[in-house]
Design a protein around this ligand. Structure first.
Ligand SMILES: [Zn+2]
Length: 185
């Protein structure tokens, strides 16, 4: 598959977490690990990041690059924040029905690593990047930077988060391969 990795936000415009965690920088580290894992699994994986643009311009540029590049899958990387330290856990957002299938595959692993959300997948039609990209698209909220346990993982083991997402993509790849085999038989 040809997979687009979108680093959430531009420099210092996303969420701030404990221990100096900054959303764009953290998402960038997760994206770099994830790119390596996906390439090892035989995928084409490219990172999209325009860190010095304005947020709206950045979103439009990333969506255009993903659509112009005929990607099979789009993955946006983020973390959540809250005004209190209690909220924790990861969830995966989607808009399309195909996106929902990917979201469930990824959430199975990501929410096991970062538990706490009652709904581990959520349909979010208001999210620009999900609405304006042609391929199945998901947006991973990789826990809360404001929760001590989640922040510790984001800071010390971003590679574990990337591995969880890569496992979900492997499950999704298996599912669609099976489906394609079924319809050709
Ligand atoms: Zn974000």
């Amino acid at each position: 598959m040809k997979i687009a990795l979108d680093i959430g936000h531009v420099n210092h415009s996303g969420a701030a977490g404990l221990y100096g965690l900054e959303e764009h920088a953290t998402a960038g580290i997760i994206a770099t690990h994830l790119q390596l894992l996906l390439r090892k699994a035989g995928h084409i994986a490219n990172i999209f990041d325009f860190p010095t643009l304005g947020n709206d311009e950045e979103l439009a540029r990333v969506a255009k690059a993903i659509n112009d590049g005929y990607y099979d899958l789009s993955i946006s990387l983020h973390f959540d924040s809250a005004s209190s330290p209690a909220p924790h856990g990861a969830h995966v957002c989607y808009v399309s029905e195909k996106g929902k299938v990917v979201a469930q595959c990824v959430a199975n692993h990501l929410a096991a690593l970062l538990p706490g959300r009652a709904e581990t997948i959520q349909r979010r039609p208001g999210l620009y990047i999900l609405k304006h990209t042609v391929p199945p698209a998901i947006l991973c909220e990789c826990g809360f930077g404001t929760n001590p346990k989640d922040a510790d993982l984001l800071l010390r083991q971003p590679d574990a988060i990337s591995r969880a997402i890569a496992k979900g993509i492997a499950d999704y790849t298996f599912q669609i391969t099976n489906y394609e085999l079924r319809i050709t038989n």
